[in-house]
Design a protein around this ligand. Sequence first.
Ligand code: GLN
Length: 544
Amino acid sequence: MKVIVVSGGVISGLGKGITTSSLGRLLKARGIAVTILKIDPYLNVDAGTMNPYQHGEVFVLDDGTEADLDLGNYERFLGQSLSGAHNLTTGKIYRAVIEKERRGDYLGHTVQIIPHVTGEIKRTIREVCAAAGAEVILVEVGGTVGDIESMPFLEALRELSYEIGEHRMAFVHTTLVPVVGPVGEAKTKPTQHSVRELRAIGLRPNLIIARGPAPLTEEIKAKISLFCDVPPEAVISVPDQPVVYDVPLVLEAQGVGSHLTKLLGLPDRPPDYTAWKAFLTTYRRSDPSVRIAVVGKYTELRDAYLSHLEAFHHCQGHLGAAVQLDWIDAEEITGSPNGADRVRRADGLLVPGGFGPRGVDGKIEAIRIARTERIPFLGVCYGFQIAAVEFARHVLGLPTAHSTEVDPKTADPVVSLLEEQQAIDHLGGTMRLGRQKVVLAPGSKIATVYGTTEVYERHRHRYEINPAYFERFTSRGLALTGFSPDGRLESLELADHPFFVGVQFHPEFLSRPEAPHPLYLALVRAALARKEVPTPAARAPSLA
Ligand code: GLN
């Protein structure tokens, strides 16, 4: 096992997740089997119980783990699916240690942070690496060096580096080099301080990734090298990039791939970026452009919808058409004419997943506009459920139809609680979660989009479309086109519409730069067709 640790200094939100993912990509491009583990030093067992304002989107894995959004970055950059074991939290570690203590595994001993908690951390890292069959495991430590919360993890990593020995472990430290003052001077002091903080706990960085608005000059690199005790070629400048998929190439251009393989005693084969570069070249072409309205309730925080945003980037890199997203707060649609106008002006509409009553009326109205004005529409999870509510209200003539999530006493519960959910009193990890089979109706639009009638998609929901309304929906033209093997509705569509598709599952979690999700491609293609300027690539039957 070889280990690369990625820590962060100065501030959070430096793009450590993208850095870690990109480092993984550099190794993968050299044919090295690599995997990534994220450490989140909070006490929550998983991210499922946090609202998106806390840490952004909750990313769902195949096994149903509700993980930190960085797991999504790892999957997209590596093109590999990961399991819940790849997201370690303080909550998980403490739970495991306390369970062992209760079982009597430590009988006779005082259970302590060192060695028991650190031991559990090290054991998990080894186990995850072995289970993934990886030669190298990247370990990203969430938070900022110096936080009390991350101490046991950094201590465990220090112990691990001692245990596994020379040339088997590398430390990468991500810091901020701010540019201040009227002449725009780059400041190295915060980096010096955060490296000193690392040294105080016995860790020495081998590589410093300096984030900031502008590239570092050679002079600044030399200064960081001198103060932080790393060779100048190990000070890497990563200024903000127009698209995150540029970062592996920015690192590669500064020799990071060779540097890391040398540090770890790995063969430095010539890297292969053929598909990656083709994606970026097409991405930059980006003419013509389409505008997709995204109606949600966390629209001021892009990270809350990160996987959707990335899925559209993937489409752009395959169709060569720029996708501009117009983020509309659902409450603005009912609160002012401006919001509804923005939906009308869009070439396509996405209503992503969500929870609870806030903004639901705006989502209903946005979907009504898309349905009646023939604007291409994709509804995901809550967006799919609300499409059923909208149809029930305005086509079936059931004016108070609703989801019981919003109106528990509605006369027409077209969306209601799953039977197995009714007895559940714990909210953590109890939704219908993870990868599940979906069977699509032959000849339906969605089956055509996928090019198959059997797909596996990730889920995260408690409520479902009520089967008591199935017949009424189909009799009025809402086709029910996808079902789980046990009969739950998974997708709906309108035949008499350019593109109107809703899905109970979350396609956004499976979209990758090298394999955009077919449903997003279909939405963007329909939006392009609405503008009547399809690119040659957009007209091709399938690129996914
Ligand atoms: N709130 C809805 C449910 O629980 C939808 C969930 C979602 O969009 N992820 O079923």
